[in-house]
Design a protein around this ligand. Structure first.
Ligand SMILES: Nc1ncnc2c1ncn2[C@@H]1O[C@H](COP(=O)(O)OP(=O)(O)OP(=O)(O)O)[C@@H](O)[C@H]1O
Length: 297
């Protein structure tokens, strides 16, 4: 008889919208018990998912499944990158950028089925100043909003949009410098995204031509724009046309060194990390074994 694979489900009870009370029962009902044996833990504090993943690696677990959003995934990926342990996703976050990109259904029963199928793909991860991210990191306005959002008691898309609208006019753009094709560029930007996949979440495509398995990072520069341009920008973001905006430039690279004139906020996979003025970003090709739901770009 074939050995059963050992799974660990890591459930973030505060991610996304609803409680996660039913998830244990759904896993029990729909997981393929001929193929897998499993344990399930809820996270009690930020950083707990990382601790649980560390224990899973030392216990020779075959797959860790993040039940939550990109922040929960990020904690786990910081442990699983460059190991053989697979990552699964049950996307129950607010934005679910990575889960959406790799075609994991938002319906938990269907997501469990993707784990049963076990279609595994080696994907790229990235490092920013030594911290791993897998979907998106960034500096400037988007990171500032992730800080404000994390500090608010509410979650969800509506709260996020409220934060954006409230803070857009008051946010001061920062001056940055970096090299592109041997040329030194010095310019002010509203936000700069380091994109491994295509979207922040909620089908907001910031880097519609990015691939998670091409060995490259898409750096997306967003210049400041007038308030009346928001509807156009949102439309372009949702229809994968952002790169056609006159306020956007994209640079594809393996390494990127960015300096800001003053410390600016940085997020990794949607969660505020710290405020810094010097950023070294690099790609780590095919460094994570991810369970996917479809053919992935
Ligand atoms: N019990 C807990 N109490 C408070 N925070 C927690 C707890 N467990 C985990 N966290 C933190 O919650 C943060 C947010 O989780 P996550 O990013 O998964 O959800 P989300 O923000 O709703 O989804 P997304 O990132 O997809 O938009 C994580 O960074 C994690 O550190």
């Amino acid at each position: 008889m074939q050995r059963k694979e050992k799974l660990l489900f890591v459930v973030n009870p505060i991610s996304g919208y609803g409680k996660k009370d039913q998830i244990g029962a759904l896993i029990d009902k729909y997981l393929d018990h001929h193929k897998y044996e499993y344990q399930l833990f809820k996270t009690n504090f930020p950083g707990h998912a990382r601790e649980l993943a560390q224990k899973a690696v030392s216990d020779e677990t075959d797959m860790v499944i993040a039940v939550g959003g990109d922040g929960t995934i990020n904690e786990i990926v910081n442990v699983l990158a460059k190991t053989q342990v697979k990552l699964g996703i049950i996307p129950l976050g607010s934005g679910n950028g990575l889960g959406r990109h790799v075609g994991i259904p938002l319906n938990p029963k269907k997501a469990i089925n993707s784990i049963n199928k076990g279609k595994c793909l080696p994907i790229d991860t990235c490092l920013v100043n030594g911290v791993t991210f897998v979907n998106m990191a960034g500096v400037g306005f988007e990171a500032y909003i992730s800080k404000v959002f994390n500090e608010s008691n509410e979650r969800g898309l509506l709260t996020y949009l409220k934060c954006v609208i409230q803070h857009f006019n008051n946010y001061r753009t920062e001056s940055y410098e970096f090299m592109v094709e041997g040329k030194l560029i010095k310019q002010r930007y509203l936000t700069i995204a380091f994109a491994n996949s295509q979207q922040y979440g909620n089908n907001a495509y910031v880097a519609p031509r990015a691939s998670i398995k091409d060995g490259y990072l898409d750096v997306v520069f967003v210049q400041t724009f007038p308030f009346y341009y928001w509807p156009v920008l949102i439309f372009k973001t949702l229809t994968k046309k952002l790169h056609t905006s006159r306020y956007i430039k994209t640079h594809r690279t393996k390494h990127f060194h960015l300096k800001a004139e003053h410390p600016v906020p940085m997020h990794v996979d949607g969660d505020f990390h710290s405020s810094l003025a010097d950023f070294q970003v690099e790609i780590q090709p095919k460094s994570l074994n991810l369970i996917v739901g479809k053919e992935v770009i």
